[in-house]
Design a protein around this ligand. Structure first.
Ligand SMILES: C[S@@+](CC[C@H](N)C(=O)[O-])C[C@H]1O[C@@H](n2cnc3c(N)ncnc32)[C@H](O)[C@@H]1O
Length: 348
């Protein structure tokens, strides 16, 4: 990384890197150059006019929707694809870096690579090899989570890009922002991870809510999470809920089209909706149910993105929801596919 500029690696969900690049371009004007590392997903960015610190400050404050992760590139080293050559290329550089040299810190090594880079070298073997290098410094504790410093490596067939940063500088402290949850036994659907990730990303605590409306609830992943958090949940879906969810005492279930259900006004403090409908139709359906959400209540809504019109879909949905709902945050979560997740609050 040069004194007067920043070189970093940015990551988005597959197919949305152009939107992530556009978000960065809007922050820094035209003075940013991109190079693909994984087309459509991972890219190298060079900013001439901002330092890494300035880049992090501006990017973090802007709360980007599509940029999921970034990390600095402190250097790029040639390697031959073997673990030995990687350790040799990085040993001195890492232990001399100010974050490591003083010792006494919890350090995570996060490794990603392109599809064709070093097929025989696994990310865990790289982490293990570098953990051994780092622990020559007194008090360096190699960790996976809750690190004080993250060493990020991105490996191509012939280059190692490496950088050291604070987890808070990376937008996400997961490698490349790929949030991994363990699948539970009997878990109703993988969609549950989406709501779990939304809760963490938006800094919400669902235990603080009392009653939720889940629109388009089947098979019941979101409903089951809200029930686990102790809420009364009203689930609506013409499709069947999972039998394990159905027997929960705090569940009310309408096996109907959401447009045909009558609810009590102001009876929920949380509304969630995960229907993969066209944005306009989804907004209309939700608007027709908003009388049941209390003023100040929260809405978490999945927004399907129309092909090639991601930013437009977001802008239109936000405009359509005004004046009833105000957008707090929008984020394409790791568990989103051709969609993103909205966090809105009902106006008073
Ligand atoms: C992606 S799934 C929801 C998954 C769910 N969040 C989970 O965690 O298991 C979308 C659901 O929306 C439901 N749906 C579609 N149109 C609907 C409508 N008009 N009213 C209620 N639900 C609807 C579908 O039946 C489908 O079960």
């Amino acid at each position: 990384m040069s004194e007067n500029g920043a070189v970093f690696i940015g990551t988005s969900n597959h197919g949305f890197a152009q939107q992530a690049q556009e978000e960065i371009r809007r922050l820094f004007g035209g003075a940013v150059k991109y190079q693909w590392l994984v087309p459509g997903e991972v890219f190298l960015a060079r900013l001439e006019e901002a330092s890494w610190e300035e880049t992090v400050r501006v990017v973090t404050e802007s709360e980007p929707v599509f940029l999921r992760h970034l990390h600095p590139v402190n250097g790029q080293e040639a390697w031959n694809g073997s673990l030995e050559s990687l350790v040799e290329a990085l040993r001195e550089k890492l232990v001399r870096h100010s974050a490591i040299a003083a010792g006494g810190e919890r350090v995570a090594v996060q490794v990603r690579k392109t599809e064709h880079a070093a097929p025989g070298v696994s990310p865990s073997s790289v982490k293990h090899g570098l953990d051994e290098v780092l622990t020559v410094k007194p008090g360096i504790v190699p960790v996976v989570r809750e690190a004080e410093w993250i060493i990020s490596l991105f490996l191509t067939e012939d280059l190692i890009y490496w950088g050291i940063s604070r987890p808070s500088d990376n937008l996400s402290d997961w490698p490349g922002g790929a949030v991994r949850y363990r699948k539970e036994e009997g878990q109703v659907s993988r969609a549950k991870f989406k709501l779990l990730e939304a809760e963490q990303t938006f800094g919400l605590d669902f235990t603080q809510y009392r009653a939720a409306l889940d629109v388009g609830a089947a098979p019941g992943g979101w409903t089951s999470l809200l029930l686990e958090r102790g809420l009364d949940v009203t689930a609506i879906d013409p499709a069947k809920l999972d039998p394990g969810v159905l027997k929960h005492p705090k569940l009310t279930y309408y096996q109907k089209n959401a447009g045909d259900v009558k609810l009590k006004p102001d009876s929920f403090d949380l509304l969630v909706c995960d229907m993969s409908w066209s944005p306009r139709q989804m907004v209309k359906l939700i608007q027709g149910l908003l009388y049941s959400l209390k003023p100040g209540g929260t809405a978490i809504i999945t927004l399907k993105l129309m092909h090639g019109k991601a930013l437009q879909s977001l802008r239109e949905a936000t405009e359509d929801f005004e004046p009833q709902l105000s957008l707090q945050k929008a984020k394409q979560l790791f568990h989103n596919r051709e969609e993103l997740t909205l966090f809105l609050v009902k106006n008073g």
